[in-house]
Design a protein around this ligand. Structure first.
Ligand SMILES: Cc1ncc(COP(=O)(O)O)c(C=O)c1O
Length: 345
């Protein structure tokens, strides 16, 4: 198993290590769960057809281009198992489940490593050279990226897709954090003949305990994944809440207002602290680099104040000086900034 964020000790600890919307559940979720209790003596729909239809309608795309999963994590492993690509190029540092999923099916893994000293900037020419050299079957890109928070510029992303297409490769793009950015999914800008877009519902809807996600791709890839998928991996509660929450306009407005305000606030405050470099983020967390401290040392001191952050030592090319901080409600953001100032500055 890979190591992830998440604090499982004292409930009083504010957990800045998980990138979950802190405003909590849409008001419809609780009711949908209660209403679903009477259905748990039946098997859930095997392909989640009703939910899949609701997503198709919401995204204005064809039902056959969608597959549902028990969180985005299931779909990463399912894609790897169904496609079994020989060569996979991963744009690193990034979420470490891609590497594990492809290693488990015997793919050869290549890295296109973005440099922290160069603000993790993506260089399209350098990437094109690497594609020519490696000739991967699949390229994996997380956008916005976990843990860097970076979002590739739309024009560059279309160039990247073109380079991948010209090489007859396929882009596996994880857009699980796209709703926290001001950008639409790439599925609206490019046809999906050589793309799969992965979407977790965990982070934005604050439902990591429910386990639901989906992917959008061409019919061939979706059918292949369906062929390899275990039955009934999505439970009744997960399937029943989705049609209710995706249409909740009030919820979308609330999140959008919070993220725009608090991301600016956190960036300006973190930038003012000495001995810490903050990387600009387009999503709901910040990657930072500590100058003199180890993130683990910092966490020991933070825990005394009931706070916990993610130390990024197990991401490719990062070490324990890199930390990831989730954006929370304003009062929690303020508290963390004050404590960090006292400890680090
Ligand atoms: C980039 C990224 N993709 C996918 C996932 C998995 O999400 P889920 O909870 O839907 O399995 C995570 C979880 O942290 C993530 O960071």
């Amino acid at each position: 198993m890979n190591i992830h964020g998440g604090y499982y000790g004292d409930n009083n600890v504010v957990d800045y290590s998980v990138n979950i919307n802190p405003l909590g559940l849409s008001s419809h979720i609780r009711q949908a769960i209660i209403d679903s209790i009477d259905e748990i003596d039946k098997y859930p729909e095997i392909k989640g057809t009703t939910t899949r239809n609701a997503i198709a309608e919401y995204l204005h795309i064809d039902y056959n281009k969608i597959i549902m999963g028990n969180g985005a994590s299931e779909l990463i492993y399912l894609y790897a198992r169904a496609i079994k690509p020989k060569k996979v190029l991963i744009i690193e540092p990034t979420f470490n489940e891609y590497r594990r999923a492809f290693e488990l099916v015997g793919s050869d893994i290549y890295d296109y490593m973005l440099d922290s000293n160069n603000d993790f900037i993506f260089n399209v020419d350098e990437f094109a050279t690497m594609i020519n050299k490696v000739n991967p079957d699949v390229v994996v890109l997380c956008n916005p990226n976990n843990p860097t928070g970076k979002l590739i510029d739309e024009k560059e992303l279309l160039d990247i897709i073109e380079i991948i297409r010209n090489n007859n490769s396929f882009l596996f793009i994880d857009e699980s954090f796209i709703e926290f950015s001001d950008r639409e999914s790439i599925i609206y800008k490019s046809d999906y003949d050589n793309i799969l877009s992965l979407r977790s519902m965990t982070k934005y809807y604050a439902i990591p305990g429910i386990r639901i996600g989906y992917a959008v791709s061409n019919n061939k890839v979706i059918n292949k994944m369906e062929e390899y998928k275990e039955p009934w991996t999505m439970n009744t509660f997960a399937l029943n809440i989705v049609p209710k929450i995706i249409q909740d306009i009030e919820f979308h407005h609330k999140i959008s207002k919070w993220i725009t305000t608090e991301r600016d606030y956190m960036y300006s405050q973190l930038s003012k602290i000495n001995n810490i470099t903050v990387y600009k983020s387009y999503t709901n967390f910040f990657l930072c680099k500590l100058k003199y401290f180890s993130g683990n040392m910092l966490n020991l001191q933070l825990l005394e104040k009931n706070m916990y952050i993610r130390v990024c030592e197990n991401f490719q090319s990062l070490d324990d000086r890199f930390i990831r901080i989730a954006i929370k409600k304003h009062e929690d953001n303020e508290k963390l900034i004050n404590v960090l100032k006292n400890i680090i500055d």
